[in-house]
Design a protein around this ligand. Structure first.
Ligand code: SF4
Ligand code: SF4
Length: 116
């Protein structure tokens, strides 16, 4: 997960289920409209990005929160980013894809959510 937008609600949400490897949380469209993906994301030559089993993280076992990554852009430039493995920032990045490409489901942790 490579981009971070502030939303404290994400810290109160648990994600459950089995990842279908659609790759949407390790790729995206930059504010300037250019598509990017993490340097470690291997994209299938036959399954389009966003479909089940279209991607694989080649550093899956060793990925860690804060790990520096390059965001490879379709205009052949690259930018620095970081992996947000196992953090609320990761949840926040995944949330917009739930109910679409993502196979996970979200669950509000009512014990810690105070609202507001
Ligand atoms: S390193 Fe992190 S951001 Fe990159 S593909 Fe793996 S899980 Fe996704
Ligand atoms: S968006 Fe969801 S299903 Fe797709 S790779 Fe990320 S966690 Fe897995």
């Amino acid at each position: 997960m490579a981009v971070h937008y502030a939303d404290p609600l994400a810290s109160k949400i648990s994600l459950k289920g089995v990842c279908n490897c659609c790759g949407m949380c390790c790729s995206g469209v930059a504010p300037d409209g250019v598509q990017w993906h993490c340097e470690h994301l291997v994209i299938s030559p036959t399954v389009p990005l966003g479909f089940p089993l279209s991607t694989k993280c080649k550093v899956y076992e060793s990925r860690r929160n804060g790990m520096p990554i390059w965001l490879l852009r379709d205009d052949n430039t690259r930018k620095r980013g970081q992996c947000f493995h196992n953090t609320w920032q990761e949840t926040e990045i995944i949330l917009p894809h739930i109910g679409k490409a993502c196979s996970l489901t979200m669950h509000l942790d009512d014990s810690s959510y105070k609202g507001g």
